[in-house]
Design a protein around this ligand. Structure first.
Ligand SMILES: *[C@@H]1O[C@H](CO)[C@@H](O)[C@H](O)[C@H]1NC(C)=O
Length: 458
């Protein structure tokens, strides 16, 4: 019984997960309009294969209203983790022309000299991007739209590549794991020329930097031949996950980069190569390091009434990137008792670059002259940075206005000794007079010291 209810719960969970996935993705069909211009036309992809008939879309040309046949379940898998309340991904579609890969290390994929006839005809490449998904799929539309009940064109997702981490933000020094899944449905299953089982494929990961691509990793599982050596310690899990004789097949091309540094930030291009077909997605890798925040002087800063305290220096160190760093000065528990912006002159030092790529700077605050009411006020520097939560990180110092705090330990000991000496002196002299001279005068202490200030009547 317990097991049954558990099963039921799982089934219900799956049902809600299914309904959470978007059914129709609005898209743009983009094509070259000549003269370096692009023309955009509305399109839509119907992803879910329900029993109900597709919604009527008289606003779309039938060849741009596509019902996706996805035998590998790749699009379903891609949207499985898609947050329910997140906006639909941006979607663009364009014509695709099957071509052999140009890189020499991929020549083993296409030993025959010409593209198989089975690949003739129209191909579409659809790209979707959102903070939760980056996906590319090569679609093979049927030549004629299906007439009934809604004018819609059936299209098979032949090669689909996607990641659930399109914008990985990796703490500096940690390993980056960039997930990549793909799926392939052969157009001519059980072709006599083909051996059963998933075909060889090529996987490459590159980083774009200043308009130039750097090949980080190239692998061709199932093929012999030389591939360029991996760089920067990059490793990929490149394999088909399942071994059906005639497909469809799903695969994993997850990429691993050890101990990332700021110099490894950028756009990563992952490409899965099959004969004459390439599926490519982009990811934006960001490296983050939260700042250390320290304030000097600390924990107290002293000033006499009417004088300005020494300059406060907030050291914001070893962070990355510089973009998005903000330093605020706050006054906590001042005369009005609440948190407010601290007054005073503020400035920032130039950025200092460390050999590991991280950065430091110092923020300075020169407070105006203080009054005795400000005694006990706390000043804080608060640092905001993309690596920190919205609250940021702060350090604080308490203002002590001289003459308002109780006597310090040294003053106390001094007072005790003075009293002791004075008593002895009085006794020795047998002095009976009632007038007591101020201690400060007897001991030669400056009248500005707290003890003297309290007693001196003049
Ligand atoms: C791909 O492989 C990596 C490493 O083994 C693993 O962590 C990840 O879960 C795999 N992805 C999928 C979709 O199976």
């Amino acid at each position: 019984m317990k097991r049954l209810s558990l099963l039921l719960a799982v089934a219900l969970g799956l049902a809600t997960a299914v309904s959470a996935r978007p059914t129709v993705i609005e898209c743009w069909f983009v094509e070259d309009a000549g003269g370096g211009k692009l023309a955009k036309k509305p399109a839509a992809l119907l992803l879910r294969q329900g029993a109900e008939s597709p919604p009527l879309r008289p606003d779309l040309a039938p060849e741009r209203y596509l019902k996706i046949h996805d035998p590998a379940g790749a699009l379903q898998a891609a949207f499985r983790q898609y947050p329910r309340d997140a906006p639909a991904p941006r979607c663009e579609m364009s014509l695709y022309v099957p071509l052999p890969a140009s890189a020499k290390w991929l020549s083993g994929l296409t030993p025959e000299q010409s593209c198989p006839r089975a690949l003739d005809g129209t191909w579409l490449m659809v790209s979707m991007s959102s903070p939760f998904l980056s996906l590319s799929s090569l679609l093979r539309p049927q030549s004629e739209p299906q007439p009934e009940p809604a004018l819609i064109t059936m299209a098979t997702a032949v090669l689909t590549v996607f990641t659930h981490t399109p914008t990985p933000r990796i703490p500096m020094g940690q390993d980056a794991l960039l997930d990549l899944s793909f799926a392939y449905v052969p157009l001519t299953p059980k072709a006599p020329s083909l051996a059963p089982g998933p075909p060889p494929f090529g996987l490459e990961w590159r980083r774009q930097h200043l308009g130039k691509g750097h090949l980080l990793l190239a692998v061709t599982p199932g093929l012999n031949g030389q591939v360029p050596a991996a760089r920067e310690g990059a490793v990929a899990f490149a394999a088909w996950d399942d071994d059906e004789p005639w497909g469809p097949w799903t695969g994993n091309g997850t990429f691993w980069l050890p101990a990332v540094r700021p110099s490894q930030e950028g756009t990563y291009l992952a490409t899965v190569h099959l004969p004459y077909l390439q599926g490519q997605i982009t990811l934006e890798l960001a490296v983050l390091k939260p700042p250390k925040v320290a304030l000097t002087p600390a924990p107290l800063v002293w000033a006499a009434p009417g004088e300005a305290p020494p300059e406060l220096l907030c050291l914001v160190s070893h962070f990355y990137p510089s973009h998005g760093l903000e330093v605020e000065w706050e006054l906590r528990g001042g005369p009005e008792g609440r948190l407010q912006k601290a007054e005073g002159q503020r400035w920032l030092s130039a950025l200092r670059h460390h050999s590991d790529g991280s950065l430091s700077l110092s923020a300075h605050l020169q407070l105006p002259p203080v009054t005795s009411e400000q005694h006990g006020a706390r000043y804080a520097c608060r640092v905001h940075h993309p690596s920190l939560s919205a609250l940021g990180r702060s350090a604080e110092v308490t203002l002590q206005v001289a003459g308002l705090s109780g006597p310090s330990l040294e003053d106390g000991i001094g007072l005790f000794l003075s009293a002791f000496l004075l008593l002895g002196l009085l006794k020795a002299l047998g002095w009976a007079e009632n007038r007591v001279k101020p201690l400060s005068t007897i001991l030669g202490k400056p009248p500005s010291s707290p003890v003297a200030t309290v007693i001196t009547p003049q």
